[in-house]
Design a protein around this ligand. Sequence first.
Ligand SMILES: [Zn+2]
Length: 493
Amino acid sequence: MSQKPFRLYDSLSRQVKVLETQEPNHLRFYSCGPTVYSYAHIGNFRSFVTSDLIVRTARAIGMKVTWVTNITDVGHLTEDDVADAQGEDKMERALRSKEGEQFNNVWELAEYYEDAYKEDWKHLNLVEPNVRPKATQHVREQILAAEELIDKGFAYETPTGVYFSVEKFPEYGKLSGNTQESLRKGVRDVVMDENKHDQSDFAVWKKDDKHLMQWFSPYGWGFPGWHIECSVMARAYLGDTIDLHSGGEDNKFPHHECEIAQSEALTGKPFCGHWVHTSHLQVNGQKMSKSLGNFYYVRGLMKDGVDPLAIRFALISGVYRKNLNFTDQGLVDAATNIDRFKRADETMKAGLEAKRAGENTLGTELEKLYDEALEAMCSDLNTPVAIAKSLEGAKLISKEGDSITLSSAQSAEKFLNLVNDLLGIVRGSFHLQAIQENTSNVDSSRIEALIQERKEAKASKNWARADEIRKALTEEGITLTDNPDGTTSWAQA
Ligand SMILES: [Zn+2]
């Protein structure tokens, strides 16, 4: 099927190129998700929103998209800027922090921040992925991958773990430019571990019988290295070769470089044809950092009265490949623009109700503006142009005011729906009112039964089922609270 070409910058070939799919018209897309040891900040969300915009644009031009975005709940260590990270597990350290005191164990901590992340995701109006797998759900496959890498001669065991031998994969460095050679020369700091064959080798499995999350493996107790989870999960849900992979700029090395090496060593096939990386986000001209205390979180901004759609608008107001300066003034401007869409939406709805006779004064112009917005998105996600075209349409609609005709209102409805599907900035997906209407007759015994089932699922570590139940109940407006004594209480929104 012929369709509009979707041009995106590919970090691997370092050029803007048309996004190709192996199967006609079906995009297999993997994005790296958060490590759930704290709330995801707006810099993390900038990268997630880029992936969301890719999915929206691909669907707008008629592609089927299978989108997998993971949750890292084990194995991500604090010194993650070197290929073979050392330091502490991020989850374990978080448990010992002040905020960690409220959790009984690291599993609870992970679950709490995972729920928070999914809530923020909804508030920012991101489309739901097809699958959101967790690293801890796929440990068995990660162990099998380690074994297979050893069998194939790409990895070896030492007293501290299983290491991927970078020397065995000559293409190492093709994404980031950090080759084994440059790593050896000390261009980047590498961790000294005398058991490793080469200092640039990285861990696929860490031996550690003191780790708070540990599994038994042919190499004894331990936990997987961070990079292997994405290789394994991408393959499990999307196949040996995927069409597109995205993440933040800081994922490029070591994380994505190591993913490529492991995946291609395992399958003997290309891992991914197209890589997208989102640039950094600054806040009021400065890097977000602990020492400056300038971390911005979705929930914090919402507590200050900021409309989450305005946060989303501010995050997509700049091109994803350039650094974005997220400012207080930018948020104020974003809120003004969100109001412009809301006003257009109201004018349109009033027009549909009033059913005024008369000609359609908007149709042709709105169609043209939407086409231009879509064209901009297909040109390496040019959000500033797409937003400008959409706002122009919103202004035209509002200008009609009370005299809007029915046929103009129908064109306006179509336009606003399309813009909302493409950019997600007209209406939020979180409709509290709808939830309340749906749950006017609550069957308590059915909910109690589901809570019991969730408890059993958790006891047998079937986190997927437990999540599914929580999610289904949330959608019905039922909030679950897990109490310290092991019981779960519930309330209706
Ligand atoms: Zn990843």
